[in-house]
Design a protein around this ligand. Structure first.
Ligand SMILES: Nc1ncnc2c1ncn2[C@@H]1O[C@H](COP(=O)(O)OP(=O)(O)OP(=O)(O)O)[C@@H](O)[C@H]1O
Length: 263
């Protein structure tokens, strides 16, 4: 990893490792051979929020799908808490850009899906669903159907569902991209509150540099064709983070340069 600048090198020894991604490469065989990821290596520490930013098509969603266990066709190694990832599992919660709620189920039933198959007593299931709905601010909306709530509330329900299986890692694929600017900022702050309470590790994929700076402990910039890690940058801004400050402006400029948007 010599190409990574020392200012941005993660201090892996000091972090209790949660997710370990090592030398991951991925080629899609559809329509010829497309190399989407090349030799991607990074760690996510316990309770850490890692952001992944990169231009459209650089393989961010593909990488998230591999970590989620939705696609096992890759080379390299991905492990969580020392266990190799062989498929989807309850220790990983995933939230996509769209909430993906079942329209015929209530908010509460949609969230309960996460613990449907898990062998835990009914009372505990009910308690977990209620606790996570409260955590995302949806207490009182349990009986509503998805068409009876706003986009922000639907995304909160998706977050509650992802948290209800008590994952050690949350995988968020542009979770706020479809929301209006004000709801998005509110949800970002709420996510920090949820993270502080649940102490889950988070991998956040985003197009939004400001969002990455506001939320993440470290930010990975990926370069396209094939998707490779260009830089990993530590965000040294104390929480609660101001939306605008000298440090965030400097970081924004650096990330834009890493993305090739400015020279
Ligand atoms: N199932 C597939 N078969 C073939 N090629 C694919 C498949 N899925 C994705 N790709 C290609 O892989 C590349 C990376 O796609 P991916 O969705 O991972 O990128 P991304 O960085 O998440 O993009 P965006 O920011 O636009 O969501 C793209 O060129 C895409 O066309």
């Amino acid at each position: 990893m010599d190409h990574l600048n020392s200012r941005i090198k993660p201090d892996a020894e000091e972090r209790q490792r949660s997710l370990h991604v090592e030398g991951v490469s991925k080629t899609y065989a559809t329509d010829g051979s497309v190399e989407v990821l090349r030799n991607v290596t990074f760690d996510v520490g316990s309770n850490e929020i890692i952001g992944i930013v990169g231009r459209s098509g650089c393989g961010k969603s593909t990488l998230l799908r591999l970590i989620a266990g939705l696609d096992g066709d890759f080379t390299g190694r991905i492990s969580l808490d020392g266990n190799g990832i062989l498929g989807p599992g309850t220790e990983r919660g995933v939230v996509f850009q769209e909430p993906r709620l079942f329209p015929w189920l209530t908010v509460e039933q949609n969230v309960a899906i996460a613990v449907h198959e898990v062998g835990i007593p009914k009372d505990e299931k009910r308690e977990r669903v209620a606790r996570n709905l409260a955590l995302v601010g949806l207490t009182g909306f349990e009986k509503r159907f998805p068409h009876e709530i706003s986009g922000g509330m639907a995304q909160r329900a998706a977050l509650a569902r992802a948290l209800t299986s008590q994952p050690s890692l949350l995988l968020l694929d542009e979770p706020f991209a479809a929301l209006d600017a004000l709801t998005k900022m509110q949800m970002q702050d709420e996510l920090i509150g949820i993270w502080q309470q649940s102490r889950v590790s988070i991998v956040l994929i985003t197009h939004d540099i400001e969002e990455a700076i506001h939320l993440c402990d470290r930010i990975i910039v990926m370069s396209p064709r094939p998707g490779e890690i260009k830089s990993i940058t530590e965000v040294n801004i104390t929480r609660p983070r101001p939306r605008v400050c000298a440090a965030s402006s400097a970081l924004r400029e650096q990330l834009m340069a890493d993305l090739g948007l400015i020279h």
